[in-house]
Design a protein around this ligand. Structure first.
Ligand SMILES: Cc1cc2nc3c(=O)[nH]c(=O)nc-3n(C[C@H](O)[C@H](O)[C@H](O)COP(=O)(O)OP(=O)(O)OC[C@H]3O[C@@H](n4cnc5c(N)ncnc54)[C@H](O)[C@@H]3O)c2cc1C
Length: 389
């Protein structure tokens, strides 16, 4: 087979890139290790920055998002029992949109199928070859048969555990990592959200987040030790712990019910540099991970897609390679700002096992400054709704 761009990974990064390129007339083949059903069953992000919404509109996959997504003009922050609001509309005039990653992915798959874009599911043993040459190619196995695709470029959109990043030699790659000493226990429940907006809570017992996917689907999280296992947490134990960590008013009105998904995610900050090597470009979680505090994972994947899409479009349509040559630098400049924001929010809102009295006072002072200072609120709002591309 031959195509212009092989995209490894059929998650949100790979699918969005493929739809944008298809619209621009650039040929792609997407190789996904799992089945479509498996990818769609993964419950992950749910808050979209305006930049990502615009990109989905540009890819012609935002009809349902525009109809069903919830526009949020602010978010609530609770410190023990003191709650204040960051008003995005007042501070920066831009909202975020609540729409699940599962739905984004479903819309992208539907659009890809409707437009005849080629996706190979259950592609095993994907391997990248001659990436530093002018004639790279990708091999994989499908239904027991070895296959090969020759191409001009390869987009590594295969997430944190993919093969693309590992293709870049160790002496070229620099990796930066911070692993946090706790995880998030998350549940999904078919109950109405406790509030119209998200509540980020820093409590004596640890962090909690009240989030949502739609009017009858809530997503709640509590910080937990890394040694906890999902089986240790009954639904009742989860709801009781959540109630103890969120403001009283919210705890009193919280509607509980059976959970339909429960998982524990470790928290990690990670960046690899550079994000390009020869004809391979890394995109999304393949290149970087953030802790979910601040909802930057999916959105930062989208900003990489923006830079890569324009770089490839300029190459094929305008004969310009400037975007290709500067992809890594431009993407990383924004990635590091998202990393900083996620790290800052994580430090602001969690209880750390080794936290001293001084550290706790610093956290409280940081929270009080944010509550009382409009410039601090504006800085937070600018980062939360997404820095410009
Ligand atoms: C448990 C969890 C909860 C999260 N919650 C949030 C949140 O609340 N807010 C937020 O903003 N972000 C969240 N994130 C992060 C967000 O989901 C990711 O940033 C986003 O999925 C990145 O998209 P991606 O396409 O780059 O990577 P992925 O979604 O990981 O997609 C990569 C795809 O590549 C495929 N693949 C992997 N290896 C290969 C291979 N060798 N060959 C072919 N295909 C391969 C995978 O099957 C997958 O479909 C969460 C992540 C996790 C894991």
């Amino acid at each position: 087979m031959r195509t212009q761009v092989v995209i490894i990974g059929g998650g949100p990064s790979g699918l969005l890139l493929s739809q944008l390129l298809l619209k621009a007339g650039v040929e792609t083949i997407v190789l996904e290790r799992k089945t479509r059903e498996y990818v769609l069953a993964r419950i992950r992000a749910g808050i979209l920055e305006q930049g990502m919404v615009n990109l989905l509109r540009e890819a012609d996959v935002a009809d349902r998002l525009d109809r069903e997504g919830f526009v949020h003009d602010g978010t609530l922050i609770a410190s023990d029992n003191d709650t204040f609001r960051i008003d995005f509309a007042k501070s920066v005039g831009v909202p975020v949109v609540v729409y699940g990653q599962t739905e984004v992915t479903r819309d992208l798959y539907n659009a890809r199928e409707a437009t005849g874009g080629e996706t190979v599911f259950e592609a095993d043993d994907v391997c990248l070859h001659d990436v530093k040459s002018d004639a790279p190619y990708v091999t994989f196995r499908k239904d027991g048969r070895d296959q090969r695709i020759d191409c001009d470029y390869i987009a590594g959109c295969d997430g944190f555990h993919g093969v693309s990043r590992e293709t870049i030699p160790k002496d070229v790659r620099q990796e930066f990592e911070k692993v946090y000493p706790f995880g998030w226990l998350g549940v999904l429940s078919e109950t109405p959200p406790v509030d119209d907006e998200l509540i980020y809570a820093n409590s004596e017992r640890g962090f909690a987040l009240c989030s949502m996917r739609n009017a009858n689907l809530s997503r709640y999280y509590v910080q937990c030790p890394l040694t906890d296992r999902v089986e240790d947490w009954s639904d009742d134990a989860f709801w009781e712990e959540l109630k103890r960590r969120i403001p009283e008013k919210a705890a009193d009105t919280l509607i509980t019910g059976p959970t339909i998904e429960k998982s524990i995610a470790p928290l990690r900050s990670f960046v690899t540099e550079p994000m390009q090597w020869g004809r391979l470009f890394l995109c999304g979680d393949a290149a970087h991970i953030v802790p979910p505090t601040g909802a930057k994972g999916l959105n930062t994947a989208a900003s990489d897609v923006h830079y890569l899409y324009h770089a490839l479009k300029d190459h094929y349509l305008d004969n310009s390679d400037k975007g290709i040559e500067t992809y890594s630098t431009r993407a990383l400049a924004r990635v590091w700002k998202a990393e900083r924001f996620s790290w800052w929010m994580t430090n602001l809102l969690h209880r750390f096992p080794e936290q001293s009295g001084f550290d706790r006072r610093m956290q409280q002072a940081d929270l009080a400054f944010l509550r009382d200072n409009e410039a601090a609120q504006q800085a937070m709002a600018e980062n939360y709704v997404g820095l410009p591309y």
